[in-house]
Structure formats: structure tokens, C-alpha cells
Design a protein around this ligand. Structure first.
Ligand SMILES: [Fe+2]
Length: 385
């Protein structure tokens, strides 16, 4: 296929142990003297916020912060932070945490300069002007939000999750420091790690995939599949943590320039209605979406199963391709992430409504290798139940 593509990443990506100590230098490079850190209570409690504030102050940066971001951030939190940033005259925004904190920070940066609310900018390329300069620092190995142009929010009244997509959401600097993940508990390591692995798989088979993203997706699959079990069962293993952070970063760049697909579409509809962590919601949908997709991309599924570290010698193309599904289910089981909706007490009766919400995720569904009808989506939810 003759695929045209463009490729966007933050101007600077800083990766490695203790690189968070360089945050102040990058604020200054962005011509900032006043920085505002946006994070969540867990990151604050773990001492990571304090560390970042100290590093900033040591570099002569005046730092303010907000540490009340909650998962699936609702709109009102964002408006509150925008006011704080404007009142304090902050020049650089720092997103510190998982997807929720970084997505909030990305959107705050553009709301400060553009005005309005999140609802004005839902969808693709609706933001007129650049935002304040921004630095993203992930504290999990999963979301990839530090390198993407997407931010996901919950519309509370509608009980749905919606995305804002714009090149103005791309960070100026991403600082990925594996040491920030050393103390993550096993269940968060597992769920966020599955999210990263699913980014790698979905970006690899998405219609928009190109040679740049395909290479990154495969490298990410290898790194994550070979390290996720160790990172979950022995969080103090610094090499596993390093490889998970690197894998998550590569997967983020891959899906940021390719796309996610039906797993994320069905998981967003599920997560919008029931408060299930993003990585868990994705894992719940993954085997059943893979079953649906495999026959449309058999060769690619063989590459996936090889990247996951499985042997395919002597297997037919079909058997090798289908083995990718078992390989992923085995990883999820080994690290204790559920793969059936009933395990999360999702009622079967909720499926038709979730399917109606999922079919509206056209940004993601249009990138799925195989077309899905409403009936197909219902079937996948039923299989997952
Ligand atoms: Fe994700």
C-alpha cells in the first residue's frame, strides 16, 4: 500500500533514570520563570510532586501546583485549574502523573490562551491557537499521553468519555524517568502496562499505520511483553521498569502517529458508563476484538505473536496468527488483569447501550482494520461478557 504520512513528536524527548532532575532546565529553555504543576493526590502522596517542586525551585523557577486531579477528569476540575494558572501568571504548564493528570495539563495549556471550555474543542482540530508551553512527565508506564495530541475527558451528564485531538496538545518536552515508576503498586503496573501493550498492538494494525509507526509498535511489544511480568511481580527490578517505560514511550509515539482502534473504542464506551480503569477496560475488550480482527490481518498478527516472544515454527499462517490472542490472554492472566466483563460485575443488559455509545467513536473505529456494525460491536461485548 502507498501510504502518505506525517510524523509528530514533542520537540524534545528526555528519557532515562533521574532525568526528572532536568525539569527546571527545560522550563528555562521554554523561556519560563513560573511553572504550574498539575498532578493527582497519589503522585503527591508518593512524594513525586515534592521532588519536582524542589527540583524546579533549585533551578530558580517559581512553582505553583494543583494536586487534585481525579481519574477520568470531569470538566469542572479543568476550569478551576485554568483560573489558578491565569491568576498566578504562570508561563509553563507541567503535567505530572498518569493519563488523567497529563491530559488535564494539556487541555489547561490551550484553554488559558484560547478561552472557552473543553466542550468547545471536542473532536479533531477544533483548537484555534497554540497553548502555553508544556512539559509532560509520566509517573506510570502506560498512557503514552506525554507524546500524543489527544486528551480524554468524561462528560459527566452524558456519562461518556470524549477526546480532544489537536497538534496544539502536543507537549514541547516529554521527560520520561523510569525511576518515577519504581514504587507503583502491582495492580497499577499491570493495568497501565496492558494499556501500553494494547497501544502497540492497535497502532500496528490501524489503517493509518506506516513504516515509522510499525517499527516502533513492534519494538514496544517486544519490550513490554518481555518485562511486564517482572515489573508487576518484582517492582524493584530497575531493568524491567526501564524497559516498561521505554516500551510505553515507543507505543505512545506509535499510536500518536498511527491510531488506536476498536479495543479503545469499545473500552471508552465501557469506561464511560462503568468506572473501570482505562487499562483494565482495554484488557477486557482485547481478546474479543482481536478475535474479530485477526482474519483481516493474518500476516500482521503473526508479526505480533513473534514480537510477544512466542514460537511459530511449523504452524500454519492461521494457527500462528490466532496464537497472538492466546499470548495476550496469558499475559493478562499472569499479571492478574481480568478478561471478562462479568468479573467486573458489568450487567449483560448494559450491552446494547454501550454498543450505541461505542459506534459513535468514529475517530477510533474508522482506523480498525475490519469494519464494525452495531451488531458486530454487540457481539463482541457479548463474547467479552
Ligand atoms: Fe490507552
Amino acid at each position: 500500500m502507498l501510504v502518505n504520512f506525517n510524523f509528530n513528536v514533542p520537540s524534545t524527548i528526555v528519557f532515562g533514570v533521574d532525568t526528572v532532575n532536568q525539569t527546571g532546565q527545560y522550563v528555562r529553555k521554554l523561556n519560563g520563570k513560573r511553572a504550574f504543576v498539575i498532578t493527582d493526590p497519589g503522585v503527591a502522596k508518593a512524594g513525586i510532586l515534592e521532588k519536582v517542586l524542589r527540583v524546579l525551585r533549585e533551578d530558580g523557577i517559581e512553582a505553583g501546583y494543583y494536586d487534585g486531579v481525579i481519574p477520568e477528569p470531569p470538566e469542572n476540575i479543568v476550569a478551576e485549574i485554568v483560573d489558578k494558572v491565569k491568576d498566578g501568571g504562570y508561563e509553563v504548564i507541567i503535567g505530572l502523573g498518569g493519563g488523567s493528570s497529563m491530559d488535564t495539563a494539556k487541555v489547561v495549556s490551550v484553554l488559558v490562551t484560547n478561552g472557552g471550555t473543553i466542550r468547545d474543542y471536542l473532536g479533531i482540530d477544533k483548537i484555534p491557537k497554540p497553548g502555553l508551553p508544556k512539559i509532560m512527565i509520566p509517573t506510570t508506564a502506560g498512557t503514552g499521553s506525554e507524546v500524543t495530541q489527544v486528551a480524554i475527558f468524561t462528560l459527566v451528564d452524558e456519562k461518556v468519555k470524549k477526546g480532544v485531538v489537536s497538534s496544539y496538545l502536543l507537549a514541547d518536552v516529554a521527560i520520561v524517568d523510569p525511576a518515577l515508576t519504581y514504587n507503583l503498586p502491582p495492580e497499577i503496573t499491570a493495568a497501565t502496562g496492558m494499556d501500553a501493550l494494547i497501544h502497540a498492538i492497535e497502532s500496528y494494525i490501524a489503517r493509518k499505520a506506516n513504516k515509522f509507526t510499525e517499527g516502533l509498535s513492534l519494538m514496544a511489544m517486544e519490550l513490554i511483553a518481555r518485562n511486564i511480568r517482572t515489573a508487576v511481580t518484582d517492582g524493584s527490578n530497575t531493568e524491567a521498569r526501564y524497559n516498561m517505560s521505554l516500551g510505553s514511550l515507543l507505543a505512545g509515539i506509535a499510536f500518536g502517529n498511527s491510531s488506536c482502534a476498536a479495543v479503545h473504542a469499545l473500552a471508552l464506551a465501557l469506561g464511560g458508563k462503568f468506572h473501570i480503569p482505562h487499562g483494565v477496560a482495554n484488557t477486557l475488550m482485547l481478546p474479543y476484538v482481536m478475535e474479530y480482527n485477526v482474519v483481516s490481518r493474518m500476516e500482521k498478527f503473526v508479526k505480533i505473536v513473534e514480537a510477544l516472544g512466542e514460537k511459530v515454527d511449523g504452524l500454519s499462517l492461521r494457527d500462528a496468527a490466532f496464537k497472538a490472542i492466546d499470548a495476550m490472554v496469558n499475559i493478562a492472566r499472569d499479571i492478574g488483569v481480568p478478561t471478562r466483563l462479568r468479573d467486573l460485575n458489568v450487567p449483560k443488559e448494559a450491552i446494547p447501550e454501550m454498543a450505541k455509545a461505542a459506534i459513535n467513536e468514529t475517530r477510533l473505529l474508522s482506523q480498525n482494520p475490519r469494519v464494525l456494525t452495531l451488531k458486530d460491536i454487540e457481539n463482541i461485548y457479548n463474547n467479552a461478557w
